[in-house]
Design a protein around this ligand. Sequence first.
Ligand code: GLC
Ligand code: CA
Length: 524
Amino acid sequence: MKYPWWKGAVIYQVYPRSFHDSNDDGIGDLKGIVEKLDYLRWLGVDAVWLSPIFKSPMVDFGYDVSDYRDIDPVFGTMDDFDLLLEEAHKRGIKVILDQVYNHTSDQHPWFLESKSSRTNPKADWYIWMDGEPGKPPNNWRSFFGGSAWEWCEERKQYYLHLFAKEQPDLNWRNPQVREAILETIEFWLQKGVDGFRFDVVNMFYKDAWFRDNPIGEDGQQYNVFNIDRPETLLAVEEIQELVERYPDRVTIGEVASPMGFYAYLEYTKPGRLNLAFNFEFMHVPEFKASLFRKMVEDTERIFEDLSWPCYVLGNHDTRRVRSRYDGENSIERCKLLATMLLTLRGTAFIYYGEEIGMEEAVIPYGEIQDPEGKNLWPEKPGRDGCRTPMQWDDSQYAGFSRVKPWLPVNENKREVNVAHQESDPNSLLNHYRSLIELRKDSDVLKWGKLQVLESSQDVFAYLRSWRGKRIVVVLNFLGETTSAGLQLSEKAQVLHSNRRQPGKVCSLHDLKLHPYEALVMEVE
Ligand code: GLC
Ligand code: CA
């Protein structure tokens, strides 16, 4: 049986503004990415997912699209994109595009037309509601703060925006809108892209009666009627049907739902999306074996053979994983998490810079760029801290650009940079690279089933097996030597570890682990 490529894949997220600047304007661009494709090939990833590169006023840095079929000049031209696609494919790297279809920019021609009158041909392409100034139609809140409704003088009506007011929500109940979006998807399929990441895909439809969301005792609003509406699944099936007409493409949904696993599963049932980001690792509050073990057990139990799991440690909306947990030795702990990410059963996502241990930057209030941070500071500092320039070397702007970048380069660039870590065999970067290599050559790691093993409390251990071959992974979450506590009596050979040489044979029943050791072994 042939498995689709994306099941065993490692997918690398590039935030294009922050990856590499080729033309000295302080902002990353497509040619900059092309210049770094050899790095990505060296790292061994199967695919890159590019955060939005389309024409945009950049209120939400590309997640506010004003033309779905053109490249924003800040990133380059369509020729640059064609070049990127060609050069990536030459190197065996697939390209996945971010598609933002819950909303457009308020500068999209569709919205400009829609807001011009109540009777224009696109009058019903967005979500318009009657009301009076100061009295929005219901209590829904924008995820970036304030009411989700904005008054429009031209129409003397409100429009809905679940994000910034410059990001009006499309009306998915209008068949013309669905049609227009399917056509856009097809445009990129015909160009030869290898897949899509669908932004907030569980928000496309809203409650048909626009009922108020319930409010909890703490005054918090529950997102019940503005997201996760069942109709959305029908739209997803329509999209999937189109994409499946083109071989070897992948669809990935950002299902940002309070229902977590349940929603991920719903969106990835047969005929729906191939993958839904499993965000649960990002919510683990402490660096503890039991907490990560629970997430994996839940993932395995819920997904079973019903759909294919995936794992994510970080992305452009979340605090960088290295900065998430207090305590020392954060690099050793990142190595452990990398070993876990790359040996679990499921597609693995890496957020740019994670592989060198980039840290969350503190951005002073006056320099905040992100609309979330601008509106909600200090309650929420915004997401700029995880979007700072990729650190290629220790030069003034870390090899990202020759001019001052759009966000400051992190102070730690001296050690935390690609050049430095490339030449250090014990670096986090080489840890990632060798694990990806191991995974690539191992059907057990790519496809094998997973069984969580009994182990001592601070250890998380699991067995992967495939056609008689078995690999055991043992992770010590403690900064001390620990006995693994495995109930296995076989011997096993080290394939990969942050603390011992590959090739050594150990017996599993009295296995002792070094502090923060992440050990991958083949059972003999
Ligand atoms: C998604 C994106 C986020 C963006 C939002 C609105 O959550 O990941 O960056 O701000 O959608 O498009
Ligand atoms: Ca540039």
